[in-house]
Design a protein around this ligand. Structure first.
Ligand SMILES: [Zn+2]
Length: 138
């Protein structure tokens, strides 16, 4: 049995491939089948006469793409397939946080500024307002 070398043991035969090689003579047909298989299994570029190589190069992209898909699938499989779904919290609509309008950055004192006598009020150390003119406390 041929050594598969751990590489692919299937390859894609497309109808278009067969159509392309179907009218070759038996010897060439055989070569092409082997070229496709070698390339499909082993990624081994075939040594073909120019005529056949031209046919092969038309098929090569399709072989490459199916090989890459297979390879990707195999590698995903080695990693245990699809990554497990994280238990996502159900996406709740994010409540819109309205920024509180900044009304007063510097809180204005609601305390009176002036005494009824017209004097200026000042805050004393103990927090009382005292008129500078008449010394009345507020
Ligand atoms: Zn006063």
């Amino acid at each position: 049995m041929a050594n598969s070398g751990g590489k692919g043991d299937t390859f894609v035969m497309r109808r278009s491939f067969l159509d392309a090689i179907d009218n070759l003579d038996d010897a060439k047909f055989r070569k092409m089948i082997h070229a496709l298989a070698d390339y499909g299994f082993e990624q081994k570029p075939p040594q073909l006469e120019p005529e056949l190589n031209a046919v092969f190069s038309l098929m090569k992209p399709a072989i490459d793409s199916s090989f890459n898909r297979h390879k990707a699938a195999t590698e995903n499989g080695k990693k245990g397939g699809r990554p497990p779904k994280k238990a996502k919290p159900v996406a709740k609509p994010v409540p819109k946080v309205e920024p509180k309008p900044v009304v007063n950055q510097k809180p204005t004192k609601e305390k009176p500024m002036f005494c009824e006598c017209g004097g200026t009020l000042r805050e004393s150390r103990d927090g009382k307002l005292i008129c500078l003119s008449c010394l009345k406390e507020y």
